[in-house]
Design a protein around this ligand. Structure first.
Ligand SMILES: [Zn+2]
Length: 418
């Protein structure tokens, strides 16, 4: 169905704009422009980058470019009839006709949206204030809504230099990284719109420099700002900047949430990856506990078996005492493991990253070594007697040169137990 002014008006988030009583001023004009821009931006189109609807109908091209990094080229009237070259095949004629029809649709919709906005603006204030733009015969036919908006700002939107200075200060207020980064984007874009309406628009470069400066001063975005500096000039647009830094801010929050044990206020961390993270830690801990427990249990049971085999009825109390001691040893080994893993968990590292896992396993080994076991072997793992170069129990693939800081494919528990 072809778009009409009426069907467009129905889709606007502000179908009615309250009328300004009496002479408009900067504030009331800004409010009208804000509603018109919301309406314009709400109608989807592939024109102007396809992300901001028809916003280009209500803001100046320089501001549209500053906000979107895109140029909005108004569609041309394709005329009522397609131009069919002589000798065209049926398929070619069909394609040309389809293109013509689509171009016509795009052009009509562009006009319908512009007319709907124009009607809204004309309804939002007394026509007297637009008289200077009105043609004697054709009225406002050849005037678009953007021209009307800026005519009004020029004639009635007086803004004092001190208001402009205040706006600039609001725009440059330093950014607190514990706040959502969207609040920073809002701060900058609001001020851009304000300055644009006051005919003192910031250039796209100034906006980018400001965003850069505010984030730089937080000291938290060094790597990302470096990546940004390396981008080709043509890619350095405001939306790209926002996307990169929004992503960086999300990472920052996740790290911060992790290192503060989720206690930081105002955190809106996505739960899914963190749950996953925790699940991985739990799984590793269970694996480690089980491996360690298995090893010790087998060793202890072997010894216990030996004790029992060589025990007569008279010897049972002594055997029981030995078993009791072994239970104690086992329990204390389990406790050591538990505390090592609690420490590992306390480090809150990204355990899905092999580099970190490796680094923290090293710490685990070091701490285990200093407590009871002094050695580590590629085949046997952490143990009391020997390193990789002195192993009597090598398994296939054993690497004599492996050490706890360079495990060469083994694990803290040894390849035998992997
Ligand atoms: Zn060994």
């Amino acid at each position: 169905m072809a778009a009409t002014k009426e069907s467009i008006l129905d889709k606007f988030p502000f179908p009615v704009i309250p009328k300004i009583i009496g002479e408009p001023n900067f504030e009331s004009l800004r409010e009208v422009q804000r509603k018109l821009s919301n309406n314009a931006g709400s109608i989807q189109t592939n024109l102007g980058g396809g992300q901001h609807g028809y916003l280009a109908l209500t803001v100046r091209p320089d501001i549209y470019f500053g906000l979107t990094g895109q140029v909005f080229a108004p569609p041309n009237d394709p005329g009522p009839y397609p131009i069919i070259p002589p000798g065209a095949t049926n398929a070619q004629i069909n394609a040309i006709e389809r293109t013509q029809k689509e171009n016509q649709r795009v052009f009509n919709e562009f006009n319908a949206v512009g007319n709907a906005l124009k009607q809204q603006l004309l309804g939002a204030l007394d026509e007297t204030y637009l008289r200077g733009l009105r043609h004697n015969i054709v009225g406002f036919l050849n005037v678009n809504v953007l021209q009307m908006i800026y005519y009004l700002f020029t004639n009635y939107g007086d803004i004092s230099p001190s208001d402009l200075a205040a706006n600039e200060n609001r725009m440059k207020a330093s950014y607190d990284v514990s706040q959502p980064i969207e609040s920073l984007w809002q701060q900058i874009e609001d001020a851009m719109a304000f300055a644009g309406a006051a005919n003192a628009a910031f250039t796209a470069i100034q906006i980018l420099n400001l965003g850069y400066d505010l984030l730089f001063r937080t000291g938290m975005f060094k790597d990302e700002l470096k990546d940004w500096r390396r981008l080709a000039p043509a890619r350095k647009t405001w939306p790209v900047f926002k996307r990169m830094m929004t992503e960086a801010h999300r990472d920052l929050r996740q790290q911060s949430a992790a290192s503060h044990g989720y206690q930081t206020a105002n955190m809106t961390v996505q739960n899914e990856p963190e749950d996953h993270h925790q699940a991985t830690i739990d799984a590793l801990q269970q694996l480690a506990n089980a491996t360690m427990a298995d090893r010790n249990a087998v060793a202890n049971l072997t010894e216990a078996n030996a004790v029992l085999t060589n025990t007569t009825m008279d010897g049972i109390p002594k055997a029981m005492a030995t078993l009791g001691q072994q239970m104690e040893t086992l329990t204390s080994q389990m406790k050591t493991m538990q505390s090592n893993f609690d420490k590992l968990r306390g480090l809150q590292v990204d355990i899905s990253n092999p580099k970190y896992v490796h680094k923290h396993f090293e710490k685990l080994i070091t701490s285990t070594n200093t407590r009871r076991n002094k050695f580590w072997c590629w085949s046997c793992g952490v143990n009391k007697s020997h390193g990789s170069d002195d192993c009597k129990w090598k398994i296939t693939g054993h690497r004599e040169e492996a050490t706890s800081s360079n495990m060469l494919g083994s694990t803290p528990f040894g390849r035998r137990h992997a």
